[in-house]
Design a protein around this ligand. Structure first.
Ligand code: SAM
Length: 292
C-alpha cells in the first residue's frame, strides 16, 4: 500500500465511520482489507482503493464494516449493569411513576449482548415494572452485527463470556450448538441501523443512553460533537453510561460525572445544551453512505 493510498483510506474511514487511525496503522488496514479485496476478486489494496474511488457502494459498506471493532460480551465490565440496576433504574422508576414509561438507547449495541443484558436486568426487576412501557432501542453502524443481534443466536463461547449460568438457563434455549435468547426478551428490543456521525434527533429523547466502547475510536472533535448531540436526546434527569476508557471530562460541559459511580454521567442544564450549536462538518450524512 502506498502512503497516498493509506492517507486516502484513513480519510475515507474517518469521514464514513469516525474511525480515527494514527499514521502507523497500515498493518491493521492490510489485515482487515486484504481478505475483503480477495473476496471481491481484487488482487490487492491498490485495486480496492481504485474501486472505492469509483464509488462502489457495496464496497464502501464492506470496507467500513470490515474496519469496525465489534468486540462485546454479556454484562461487559459488570459495574455499569450493577449501576443500572441499583442506581439508574430505582431513580428513573421513581421519577416516571406518573407516566410509567421508560426509553433506553443502546447507541453502539454491536451483536446484541449489551442490549440483551439490559433486557435481562429489566426482567429481573419483575413486579417493579409491571404495567410499564419499556422501550429499548439498539443501534449500530454495521448492518451485519445488527442481523446477528436481531436473531439473538449465540455460540457456546459467546454465552460463556459474562453471562451468569442461571440467566443462560432462564432466558435462552439451546438448539444444537447454539443458544437463542427467548422471544419475550427479543421483543423488548428494536434494532436499527444508525451512524453516530449522522443526525439522530429523530430517535426522540431517552431516560438512559448506553454509549460504550465506541467513542474511543473517534478523535476529540467527533467525540465533542456526539456528546453535544447526545445531550439533546436525553431527559434532564436521565443518565449517560460510557465505557471504562471513555469520559466527558475535558471535552464538554454538557454532562457531568456522578461521583462514586464510575462511567455514569448526568446532563447539565438542558437549556444550555439546546442553545449550543452543533459543530459543522460532522453531522451531515455522508454522500458515500447515502445508499444504506
Ligand atoms: C467495540 S463495540 C462495543 C459494543 C458494546 N457497546 C460494548 O461495549 O460491548 C463498538 C461498536 O460500535 C459500532 N460503531 C463503530 N462506529 C460507529 C458509528 N460511527 N456509529 C454507530 N456505531 C458505530 C461498531 O460497529 C461496533 O459494533
Amino acid at each position: 500500500m502506498t502512503p497516498t493510498e493509506y492517507e486516502y483510506l484513513r480519510k475515507f474511514l474517518k469521514d464514513n465511520s469516525g474511525l480515527d487511525l494514527s499514521a502507523d496503522k497500515q498493518y491493521l488496514i492490510e489485515s482487515r482489507l486484504l481478505p475483503l479485496a480477495r473476496k471481491a476478486g481484487l488482487p490487492g489494496i491498490t485495486e480496492l482503493v481504485q474501486k472505492l474511488q469509483a464509488g462502489s457502494r457495496t464496497l464502501i459498506t464492506d470496507v467500513v464494516e470490515a474496519m469496525t471493532t465489534n468486540e462485546t460480551f454479556f454484562f461487559r465490565d459488570k459495574v455499569p449493569f450493577d449501576h443500572f440496576r441499583d442506581t439508574i433504574m430505582p431513580e428513573i422508576i421513581k421519577a416516571r411513576a406518573g407516566r410509567r414509561s421508560i426509553r433506553i438507547w443502546c447507541a453502539a449495541g454491536s451483536t446484541g449482548q449489551e442490549p440483551y443484558s439490559l433486557a435481562m436486568c429489566l426482567k429481573e426487576m419483575g413486579a417493579a415494572l409491571t404495567g410499564w412501557r419499556v422501550e429499548i432501542i439498539a443501534t449500530d453502524l454495521s448492518q451485519e452485527v445488527l442481523e446477528k443481534a436481531k436473531a439473538g443466536v449465540y455460540s457456546q463461547f459467546e454465552v460463556q463470556r459474562g453471562l451468569p449460568i442461571q440467566m443462560l438457563v432462564k432466558y435462552f434455549k439451546q438448539t444444537g450448538e447454539t443458544w437463542q435468547i427467548n422471544p419475550e426478551l427479543r421483543a423488548m428490543i428494536q434494532h436499527r441501523q444508525l451512524n453516530l456521525l449522522h443526525d439522530f434527533a429523530q430517535l426522540g429523547t431517552f431516560d438512559v443512553i448506553f454509549c460504550r466502547n465506541v467513542l474511543i475510536y473517534f478523535d476529540q472533535d467527533t467525540k465533542i460533537n456526539i456528546f453535544n448531540r447526545l445531550a439533546r436526546q436525553i431527559e434532564p434527569d436521565g443518565f449517560l453510561v460510557l465505557g471504562a476508557a471513555e469520559t466527558v471530562v475535558g471535552l464538554t460541559d454538557t454532562f457531568r460525572p456522578i461521583p462514586e459511580r464510575r462511567g455514569l454521567y448526568k446532563p447539565n442544564d438542558p437549556r444550555a445544551a439546546a442553545a449550543r450549536p452543533v459543530p459543522a462538518g460532522v453531522a451531515p450524512r455522508m454522500a458515500a453512505m447515502a445508499g444504506q
